[in-house]
Design a protein around this ligand. Structure first.
Ligand SMILES: [Zn+2]
Length: 397
């Protein structure tokens, strides 16, 4: 990728090595419909393409081991917010396959005076008189973020803890708010490192992203919207996201959950488990009373705001709605009560250590759980996943 500030475009050359035969007769990749491809080749020959919405259909029959190359450019004015050029995963600006864990090496050249932030590992940074080139390496399952900003755009702080460095890049000028987010993240990182297992990367970045909807955890990279940062300082109930996104560095990014292609209970084992691990974090960090009041809080939210409305869906529906974050985590609370704290922690540690770097589905999750929970306990959990409401074991407490 090369940023050209005169033509106000980023020129992109994208190379994809297909390692395994894709037996799908019409191989497809995701790429945003508003990106115009200038040229595409497969193994040196012209590649014929068609587009259906955000899907790129490759007209080459069964895809064997091959090399695909795409050339295109994107206008930066479509992606510039304030002074930062923001390419998020959700923009589908580079071709990818959902749930496909692949090595992605990227090279980004920007004029001197700009800085590049991305997920993964910064492999090198080199400069000539006019430009700086950043090389990153990622393992990804869906898309990639890049933020390109003037060098003095962010106020940056680095901390060291649990054997790795943590960079914080803020736009918000409120240093006491910055410090309380840093403190909460360090506390959650400490919990995850000791409770779930060592963080296997050397570095992690928390970065504020203007005009971004929420917060999102990607490999070594946690994007925080300016609004979420503001809310963190305004309300206790809006503080959840720092620990939640931090825990995702272990669950959902440390090991990936197959949430697109084999979605059975996928949102439950990624999102509801991460949110429940936040309750465990609260308990281990702030004491028993804090998890009890958290549970009371979500039971009340369910009963007063969700129950009987169109948001009151089964968590087996896999819709990332309120149920997945509100009452579904309580299913894990019942599971933890049933198997006991020691087995629960061993289960969470084993999920992480056995699956790090891989994509897992519900079958892998259940297979690991079978080491710690008997048939009746797992059957009860699945019954809760397929019924609405607060698990009766919690209602009756
Ligand atoms: Zn989440």
């Amino acid at each position: 990728m090369k940023l050209d500030t005169i033509s106000r475009r980023i020129a992109i050359r994208n190379e994809i090595d297909v390692e395994k035969v894709d037996t799908n007769r019409n191989p497809r990749l995701f790429l945003s419909s508003f990106i115009q491809i200038d040229s595409a080749i497969v193994n040196g020959r012209k590649l014929y393409l068609s587009r259906v919405g955000d899907t790129l259909c490759l007209h080459i029959g069964i895809l064997k081991k091959s090399k695909l190359t795409f050339w295109y450019s994107i206008p930066i004015d479509s992606f510039i917010y304030d002074k930062a050029i923001v390419l998020t995963r959700g923009m589908k600006w580079c071709p990818y396959l959902h749930d496909n864990i692949s090595v992605l090496n990227s090279e980004v050249t920007v004029p001197a005076g700009y800085k590049v932030y991305s997920s993964g590992t910064l492999a090198s940074k080199s400069a000539d008189s006019d430009n700086i080139t950043y090389k990153y390496s990622n393992r990804i399952n869906s898309g990639l973020p890049f933020i390109i900003a003037p060098i003095d755009y962010y106020s940056e702080t680095t901390k060291y803890q649990n054997g790795f460095s943590i960079d914080y890049c803020f736009l918000n000028k409120d240093t006491s708010l910055q410090n309380s987010i840093i403190k909460e993240s360090l506390s959650a990182l400490n919990f995850c490192s000791s409770y779930i297992g060592n963080y296997k990367q050397k570095q992690l970045t928390y970065i504020e992203v203007p005009n971004f909807g929420s917060a999102q955890s990607l490999e070594t990279f946690i994007m925080m919207s300016s609004d979420f940062i503001k809310y963190f300082g305004l309300s206790q109930s809006m503080r959840f996201w720092v620990a939640h996104e931090t825990i995702h560095q272990w669950i959902g990014v440390g090991y990936f959950n197959s949430i697109y292609t084999t979605p059975r209970y996928g949102t439950f084992i990624e999102e509801s488990l991460t949110e429940y691990m936040r309750y465990v974090y609260i308990e281990k960090t702030f004491g028993q009373d804090s998890i009890a009041s958290q549970i009371k809080y979500v039971v009340n939210i369910y009963n007063t705001e969700i129950k009987g409305t169109d948001q009151d869906v089964l968590c087996s529906d896999n819709s990332p709605g309120r149920v997945i974050y509100c009452n579904a985590p309580l299913i894990f609370h019942v599971l933890r009560i049933n198997i006991g704290d020691v087995k629960w922690q061993s289960f969470i540690r084993k999920l992480y250590s056995d699956n790090y770097g891989r994509g897992i589905g519900y079958d892998d999750f259940k297979h690991t759980l079978e080491h710690y929970a008997n048939y009746t306990v797992i059957e009860q959990m699945e019954k809760y996943i397929n019924s609405k409401g607060i698990p009766d074991k919690i209602v009756n407490k």
